[in-house]
Structures are given as structure tokens and as C-alpha cells.
Ligand binder design. Structure first.
Ligand SMILES: [Zn+2]
Length: 195
């Protein structure tokens, strides 16, 4: 059981989607309204069987620091925009930079979202609170939590642990980051491993 998601609506998400499809996988793409993807591209992702998720209008640096009205606007306006584009309800949200407060969570619920993803790593399975769904691995070469260990090695170790424990594995990343750190080959190696 695997849940793959990519944040930020980078143009490179089109490449990521094709790579996932090559291994018969589908992902959730969390897209801010100010992301680079055009409406046609968002529709295309949806038509290929990927899930579109909300990620606020402007991807604020720290949404929990904004006033309640502004937070509500960030969350609800983005949801409306994405729903108009794909013509179906958007039920999954991801907190920009993994930052949120109790107020942010309440507003996400109020807007009709069913779940929200964080950016915390080294968790397996459904989180107790579906509005704080943690992840297992971030496709990133040097998260503090990795303590200098190779991300791909960790990703494989955690995949084996998820199979042993029969718990869902949450992989997330940013296509722009995969590009920035030149991780495309390693990412594909992981996809092969997962299959
Ligand atoms: Zn983001």
C-alpha cells in the first residue's frame, strides 16, 4: 500500500506523472493556484487517474501566522478554483511547508476537505487525525531527520518495514526539488523497487 504525492504544481509534475504511470502508479498533486501548471495540464493529470489536491492560493511561507479570514481565503479560494478546473470535488489538502495551527486545521475541515497532509517523515499508516496525515519519506537528499543517511536507502528500508507491518507507505516530494538535487534516476530506482 502506497500513497505518493507531489506538491507545488511545478511544470515538472507532468514529467513526474509520466514516470509514475510508467510503473502503473498514480499520485496526488497538491497544487497552489499560483503554481506553474496551466488549467489544461491540471485537467490532463486528472484525466490520467491522478488526484488533484489543494495547497492554498499563494502558498504562504507560514499560513498559521495569517489572520483567520486570510487563511480561510487561501484555503477556500484555491479549492474553488481547482474544483472548477476539474469539475469534481477536491477532498485532499496539504499544508504549505507543513505549517499549520489548530485554526488552520479547523478551516481546512470547514472548507469541506476530508484529509490534510503534513511534511513530517518516518511515519507509516493512517495518522490518528486525518487532518494531520504524516508521511514516511520525503524525496530529498538531506533532511535533518535523515542524519546524513542516503535518502534512497532509507526509502527502501522504510518500504520493507511498511510491508512487514502491513501499513501504508507515504512518499512525497516536489518535482522542482527532484530536478534541483538531480534525483530523477534515484527516484526512478525507488519506483522500480516499490513495484
Ligand atoms: Zn508546498
Amino acid at each position: 500500500m502506497i500513497d505518493i504525492s507531489f506538491d507545488d504544481g511545478s511544470l515538472l509534475d507532468i514529467h513526474t506523472a509520466a514516470l509514475l504511470e510508467k510503473y502503473n502508479l498514480r499520485g496526488t498533486f497538491y497544487i497552489p493556484s499560483t503554481g506553474d501548471l496551466l488549467p489544461e495540464q491540471i485537467k490532463w493529470l486528472d484525466s490520467k487517474g491522478h488526484t488533484i489536491g489543494g495547497h492554498t492560493v499563494t502558498h504562504p511561507e507560514c499560513i498559521r501566522d495569517l489572520g483567520k479570514d486570510l487563511q480561510y481565503w487561501e484555503i477556500s479560494k484555491n479549492k474553488d478554483t481547482l474544483e472548477k478546473i476539474i469539475g469534481k470535488p477536491i477532498t485532499k489538502f496539504c499544508y504549505p511547508k507543513g505549517r499549520y495551527s489548530e485554526t488552520t486545521k479547523e478551516l481546512v475541515k470547514k472548507c469541506g476537505y476530508k484529509e490534510a497532509r503534513t511534511t513530517k517523515v518516518f511515519f507509516l499508516g493512517h495518522s490518528e487525525d486525518s487532518y494531520e496525515q504524516n508521511t514516511t519519506i520525503h524525496i530529498h537528499p538531506k533532511r535533518d531527520e535523515y542524519s546524513g543517511k542516503n535518502w534512497l536507502k532509507l526509502a527502501k528500508e522504510w518500504w520493507n518495514k511498511s510491508k512487514q507491518e502491513n501499513k501504508k507507505y507515504y512518499l512525497f516530494g516536489h518535482s522542482w526539488e527532484v530536478e534541483k538535487f538531480n534525483l530523477w534516476e534515484e527516484f526512478e530506482e525507488l519506483l522500480k523497487y516499490l513495484k
